[in-house]
Ligand binder design. Structure first.
Ligand SMILES: [Zn+2]
Length: 165
């Protein structure tokens, strides 16, 4: 609670457009997401759900921070779900629409390209297919920065498979 840094009266509540319209006397102090937490927790992003939520790029989920603020984040970090997510990410980086600033996007793009190259090789798919795939991947995943930067067409995929790249 100590780190909420939010003292709010009626006015703030209205600005939030909260569903519940509790008079400030009864209202609990609700915490808002703080962007400075992102420096401490590199998996954190602003949530699209609202000010009272944070988005975890590891779990790809929104969780509430409205009651404990930073404590909620710490608790989420310790949760089994988050730990599982972390573990899974070690083996297969998640293609997240939200790329954290500590993860290099280039790595993730590269990972996608290598995976695709391996698939082509495994299934005997013509590398010319990769030219077409490259063109449509950004359309297929419009919310993905990785998809936009995906650039392995025929030539590059061939190089990856041969190990020349
Ligand atoms: Zn998480």
């Amino acid at each position: 609670m100590e780190d909420c840094g939010v003292s709010r009266g009626l006015q703030n509540r209205k600005m939030d457009g909260g569903e519940e319209d509790i008079p400030s006397k009864k209202a609990k102090r609700l915490c808002k997401y703080r962007e400075k937490w992102e420096k401490e927790f590199n998996f954190l992003k602003k949530s699209r759900v609202g000010h009272g939520h944070a988005f975890c790029t590891i779990c790809s989920c929104d969780f509430s921070v409205s009651h404990g603020g930073r404590t909620d984040v710490t608790q989420h970090k310790r949760s089994a779900k988050h730990k599982r997510g972390l573990e899974a990410q070690k083996h297969a980086p998640v293609m997240s629409a939200f790329v954290t600033r500590n993860t290099t996007e280039a790595d993730q793009v590269r990972n996608a390209e290598v995976k695709m190259a391996m698939l082509c090789a495994k299934h005997n798919i013509s590398f010319t297919f990769c030219d077409d795939f490259k063109k449509c991947v950004a359309d297929m995943f419009p919310d993905s920065a990785i998809a936009r930067k995906y650039s392995a067409g025929k030539t590059k995929t061939t190089q990856i498979v041969k190990g020349d790249d």
